[in-house]
Write a protein that binds this ligand. Sequence first.
Ligand SMILES: Cc1cc2nc3c(=O)[nH]c(=O)nc-3n(C[C@H](O)[C@H](O)[C@H](O)COP(=O)(O)O)c2cc1C
Length: 226
Amino acid sequence: MLKNDLNDIGAESYEILKDLDSIPMHRGQLYETIVTTQGPVNTKNSAPMGVLCKNNSQIILYLNEGSHTSINILNNQYFIVNITQDPLLFAISTLKDMEDEYYEDYNGMPYLKNTDAFFIAHTEDIKKVVREDKFGTNIIHVTTARVDEIVRINKRAFPLNRGIYSVIETLIHFSRFDLADSETKDKYWNRIKELNRVAQKVGSKKDKEAMHFIIKTLKENFKDLE
Ligand SMILES: Cc1cc2nc3c(=O)[nH]c(=O)nc-3n(C[C@H](O)[C@H](O)[C@H](O)COP(=O)(O)O)c2cc1C
């Protein structure tokens, strides 16, 4: 469906889509998005959040306990996922509270004015999980949600996935490896291992394959890498 109504959602034209595949978010991949929520007394909140695509109509969020996003989602049972590649929106939503002028209204729910697409998600299940990591003990709300309505404002909407950036960064280190002294090689190798961890965790099949290929080639050329 293609709509053309300036007053409707504040965008000149937009499409309502059904499947996550159409934005395109694919099963098993984790995307970096900005989640918008409604707070108490008409406040709105935005924060970058990873969204795992469970299937064509369900997603999973891993919410740190105590964040505004987590509290608002627990209260409202719905949230809005904004699909954008705008670095400033990511930076501003991380570093400060976004003023009202950053938001538009969609049937009483806030989304980001300059987003390329957004969707409404309603929570179906929230599991509280205690996780131990290098920062200590964390409580995470593993939140499964149903995707109800996908609104694409920009036909080129494309969700951020860190896999490709890991591959490109690794290739840059790879191409400088030959020239590096041993201390710099160590630095590059540690960085590549971290980038590989990210790609294996959130990347596509091709990202993972590319990383295996680069690392295999590096190890063949530089025997002491572990
Ligand atoms: C790219 C990116 C992805 C993030 N993903 C998550 C996430 O999946 N879960 C989470 O709880 N915090 C995540 N964060 C951290 C939150 O965005 C951050 O803690 C934020 O300050 C929470 O804001 P809030 O209190 O307004 O909700 C992420 C941050 C960035 C920059």
